[in-house]
Design a protein around this ligand. Structure first.
Ligand SMILES: *[C@@H]1O[C@H](CO)[C@@H](O)[C@H](O)[C@H]1NC(C)=O
Ligand SMILES: *[C@@H]1O[C@H](CO)[C@@H](O)[C@H](O)[C@H]1NC(C)=O
Ligand SMILES: *[C@@H]1O[C@H](CO)[C@@H](O)[C@H](O)[C@H]1NC(C)=O
Ligand SMILES: *[C@@H]1O[C@H](CO)[C@@H](O)[C@H](O)[C@H]1NC(C)=O
Ligand SMILES: *[C@@H]1O[C@H](CO)[C@@H](O)[C@H](O)[C@H]1NC(C)=O
Length: 254
């Protein structure tokens, strides 16, 4: 009497391994940030497109990274409104996520943005994403590829990184420690190899296609290890070779 039911359930479980993975809604990622997130252009090139190209099984996204933007100008210039409108447009069918990565321009003297102001701006963004119906993800700034005379990365984004982590814990938001992991990787491979990721010779901030691919996979790898793991499982088609080399601190030029 019970056998048919057991067989039925067993058959169902076997028949739908992908559906089981996709029990939640399909994620969609909207990337907010500066040129270190943005699509490669003459003034920028970040990890964003590299991350988006790892998405599989219907997951998708839009790179809203904007060269030169700060947590102030991204909002004042209208980019943030576009991000929030994209979130609102995708609730229902999709599970919208917004990655928030700033710091490179906020820290410039000319921007005149204090750490307190930077923190408040990030916290406001987190709150706006929730209100729009999405899930915020804070990402610490991708490291620059400037080395000191000991051959180690000059960690000149530390105040912005610490503030981002602090906002994350104060607002219970997932934080991806991209600054820490990119610094670790760049220290491991050394400056000569690190420069292979420069958008053009002498640009130690922006990425070429190889850099975009490596650091895009790094963001996906961090997301896969985060508390959002169960939500994104089955939607990230990371390159295993690249991830293995990131983990091992081995230089790779995809
Ligand atoms: C969201 O939908 C509105 C109304 O259809 C449209 O005007 C707007 O361009 C959409 N925004 C995005 C980012 O998709
Ligand atoms: C920098 O910002 C502070 C606080 O908003 C303001 O009082 C100050 O005048 C600004 N400095 C410059 C040079 O714009
Ligand atoms: C290089 O940076 C590392 C890490 O911040 C630091 O420990 C080391 O003292 C620095 N070396 C020089 C020569 O500044
Ligand atoms: C986070 O909360 C702690 C404790 O209330 C506070 O000291 C700190 O300034 C807050 N950090 C930010 C970035 O808001
Ligand atoms: C993963 O990256 C390596 C190194 O760039 C490349 O040779 C390989 O084709 C990639 N694999 C896939 C499935 O894209």
């Amino acid at each position: 009497m019970y056998a048919p039911i057991a067989t039925f359930l067993f058959g169902l479980a076997l028949a739908s391994p992908l559906n089981a993975k996709r029990a939640g809604k399909t994620p969609v990622f909207f990337l907010a940030g500066d040129s270190t997130t943005a699509t490669i252009t003459s003034g920028g090139g970040g990890w964003g497109d590299g991350f988006l190209s790892t998405l599989i099984n219907g997951a998708t996204g839009i790179n809203f990274g904007h060269n030169g933007r700060t947590t102030v100008s991204f909002v004042q210039g209208g980019d943030w409104a576009n991000v929030l409108s994209a979130v609102k447009n995708h609730t229902g069918v999709y599970d919208p996520y917004v990655t928030i990565q700033f710091g490179h321009n906020d820290q410039k003297a000319a921007a005149n943005i204090s750490i307190a102001q930077f923190s408040t701006n990030l916290a406001n963004m987190v709150s706006d994403v929730h209100t729009a119906g999405g899930t915020p993800i804070l990402i610490t700034s991708l490291s620059r590829r400037n080395y000191n005379s000991s051959g180690l990365i000059i960690e000149n984004l530390a105040p912005q990184v610490a503030a981002t982590v602090s906002v994350g814990s104060n607002t219970s938001t997932t934080v991806l420690h991209l600054n820490e992991e990119s610094t670790k990787y760049l220290n491991a491979i050394g400056e000569e190899d690190a420069y292979e990721y420069n958008r053009v010779e002498g640009d130690y901030t922006h990425l070429n296609v190889a850099g975009q691919t490596v650091f895009g996979n790094m963001v996906g790898w961090l997301l896969e290890k985060s508390d959002l793991r169960a939500k994104v499982e089955g939607f990230l088609g990371l390159n295993g070779t690249i991830v293995k080399d990131i983990e091992g601190g081995v230089f790779i030029l995809p």
